[in-house]
Design a protein around this ligand. Structure first.
Ligand code: GAR
Length: 208
């Protein structure tokens, strides 16, 4: 069984897609052992509770400084002994020690086709605002391994989504979630649980 910790900050629709994927058998061989939120009010924590998954909040506001928060976050991940950490809308910069300890074992979902509209400052609705401002006709979502850069790690899978002339950031965000994110993330976790994802020289190959 692949032990998975999911980190969240907000609504948790991607978390829900993972929970449903496990329940419905689209994600096999996977145990969702803990959900970690940096935000005590995250609706994602309610989703975890409803699914019978342990939810833990590690809020930076509870700590004197960034270092203490990061240490607590690392402890919270390590205690759960995960094989894989999934960042599902987790809007915290991951401590570098965690990235080094879990090399190629942390994945993130980003709501664009990386390398477009990613990196510092591009998260949530801001990504879709930037895509509309630039006038792209296609956007999408990307699942990638997390390295020490911002959205620079090896890409596992991407899915394209059409942009329409009358889209607002909110409409586009919803389409990208429905058509790409909620499909891609469960798909990638299932592939990892099946041992089908290999990283070599910064590139991912998916084996049959
Ligand atoms: C998702 O669109 C996810 O791709 C994005 O935050 C949203 C979280 O929604 N993540 C980023 O922008 C990371 N840079 P959710 O809480 O409903 O899953």
């Amino acid at each position: 069984m692949l032990r998975v910790v999911v980190c969240v900050s907000g609504g948790g629709t991607n978390l829900q897609a993972i929970i449903d994927g496990v329940a419905q058998g689209a994600i096999c061989n996977t145990d969702l052992v803990r959900v970690i939120s940096n935000n005590p009010g995250a609706y994602a924590l309610k989703r975890a509770k409803a699914a019978g998954i342990e939810g833990v909040c590690v809020s930076p506001k509870e700590f004197e400084d960034r270092q203490q928060f990061e240490e607590a976050l690392i402890r919270c991940v390590e205690e759960a002994e995960p094989d894989l950490v999934v960042l599902a809308g987790f809007l915290v910069k991951i401590p570098v020690q965690l990235i080094r300890r879990y090399q190629n074992r942390i994945i993130n979902i980003h709501p664009s086709l990386i390398p477009a509209f990613c990196g510092t400052g591009y998260y949530g609705l801001k990504v879709h605002e930037a895509a509309l401002k630039r006038g792209v006709k296609i956007t999408g979502a990307t699942v990638h391994f997390v390295d020490e850069g911002m959205d620079t790690g090896p890409i596992i899978k991407q899915k394209a989504v059409k942009v329409y002339a009358d889209d607002t950031p909110e409409i586009l965000q919803k389409r990208v979630m429905e058509e790409a994110e909620w499909v891609l993330l469960p798909w990638c976790i299932n592939l990892i649980a099946a041992g089908q994802v290999k990283v070599e020289n910064g590139r991912v190959t998916i084996t049959e």
